[in-house]
Design a protein around this ligand. Structure first.
Ligand SMILES: NC(=O)c1ccc[n+]([C@@H]2O[C@H](COP(=O)([O-])OP(=O)(O)OC[C@H]3O[C@@H](n4cnc5c(N)ncnc54)[C@H](O)[C@@H]3O)[C@@H](O)[C@H]2O)c1
Ligand SMILES: O=P(O)(O)OC[C@H](O)CO
Length: 349
């Protein structure tokens, strides 16, 4: 069967490799870009990516390359799946080879440290000249380990430009990978980034044996924090009841595949943050996102008690048990007033 179109995926981590597999199942020819020559050779010769998704056999439609030019030449679409810390560097390498008609989608969950920018903002700056309204984000409850096994998964693509969103939907939708569209780029990016903080907290809570009530409280009150900051940043609150909100929060706080949940559970065992990140060997976005949320909540005047306490545990050496006690003994609040905090900061429908 002839390939439907040529697509590019940058970079070949676990999520990039799983997305390449979805695209190849959908009949597309995929150029999977990696900076690592050994990884490129392993994918091309052995049809596997042992470091990031061991056990999965990759389709012959996926070809790895170290050349950005080869990856992007004639590509109908490019999906950027770099860790948030590498997004600007990868985007700056893309810009010399990107054609304006290529659909650009990113699938990264985080903010840029320092600037606190969302990933589409970073892409818009680096891909100067590319229409920022056509930049799309792919998010939702989707662990690479299950997607590569073709287990039923639902995701969402957000883009201001409806045609670009539908192009991305058409590119990726398969019988096991159902793609919805949403115009709310801010909400989808903020939901995908902030759920990782709550997942770290859920791992800590489970590791300390706090139980199911505590976990339900973390998810519910965590979602309230996510929605409050998201609304203040310009998101539609309805997005947080969708796949990039509650959907991703549930999977990341409950799945054994979640690196953020596992990192929290390892911290509960008493391991240092440095040890945890070294042992994980894969990106744990929630750590840097906790620092970003700490700063963003102050910038937007939004209360985020769970994110604040996690910040105290991760970066100020606070005992997790003391953090939970302080959360439980906060001043009394009214649930509805609490959720409506962004309205006091000028948010409106
Ligand atoms: N793994 C998942 O199931 C999953 C699902 C949805 C979203 N995500 C998001 O996707 C993003 C990537 O996560 P992942 O799970 O693929 O990470 P990973 O740790 O599995 O892989 C990261 C990859 O990025 C590469 N890399 C790092 N810095 C680079 C640079 N400067 N230039 C080029 N390549 C660089 C590494 O070599 C590695 O191949 C994260 O934002 C994550 O939150 C992951
Ligand atoms: O493994 P995590 O914790 O980085 O989560 C991966 C995805 O974001 C889940 O949707």
């Amino acid at each position: 069967m002839a390939a439907r179109s040529k697509t590019a995926v940058l970079v070949a981590g676990s999520w990039g490799t799983a997305i390449a597999s979805v695209l190849s199942d959908n009949g597309h020819q995929v150029m999977l870009w990696s900076r690592n020559q050994e990884q490129v050779e392993e994918i091309n010769r052995e049809r596997r990516n042992s470091r990031f998704l061991s056990g999965a056999e990759l389709s012959y439609r996926i070809q790895a390359t170290r050349s950005m030019q080869e990856a992007l030449e004639d590509a109908e679409a490019v999906i950027v799946v770099a860790p948030s810390a590498a997004m600007r560097e990868v985007a700056s390498q893309m810009k010399h080879h990107l054609h304006e008609r290529t659909t650009v989608i990113h699938a990264t969950k985080g903010f840029e440290a320092g600037s606190l920018k969302r990933m589409t903002e970073v892409l818009a700056e680096e891909l100067n000249g590319y229409d920022p309204k056509r930049l799309a984000v792919l998010s939702g409850p989707s662990h690479a380990e299950e997607v590569i096994q073709r287990r039923p998964t639902t995701v969402v693509v957000a883009c201001e430009d409806k045609t670009a969103a539908e192009t991305a939907q058409d590119l990726l939708i398969t019988p096991y990978f159902r793609v919805y569209t949403n115009p709310d780029v801010v909400g989808v990016e903020v939901g995908g980034a902030l759920k990782n903080i709550i997942a770290l907290g859920a791992g800590l809570s489970d590791g300390l044996g706090f139980g199911d009530n505590a976990k339900a409280a973390l998810l519910t009150r965590g979602l309230a924090e996510i929605a409050r900051l998201g609304m203040a940043m310009g998101a539609n609150p309805l997005t947080f009841s969708g796949l990039a909100g509650i959907g991703d929060l549930v999977v990341t706080c409950t799945s054994k595949h979640s690196r953020n949940w596992r990192a929290g559970a390892m911290l509960a065992e008493g391991q240092s943050l440095e040890e945890v990140l070294k042992r994980m060997g894969m990106v744990v976005e929630g750590v840097k996102t906790t620092q970003a949320a700490y700063k963003l909540s102050r910038q937007y005047g939004i209360t985020m008690p769970i994110a604040d306490e996690l910040h105290n545990v991760l970066f100020d050496g606070k005992e997790p048990k003391a953090a939970v006690e302080d959360l439980m003994e906060r001043g009394r609040t009214h649930e509805m007033e609490d959720l409506a905090e962004p309205f006091q900061s000028g948010w409106s429908i």
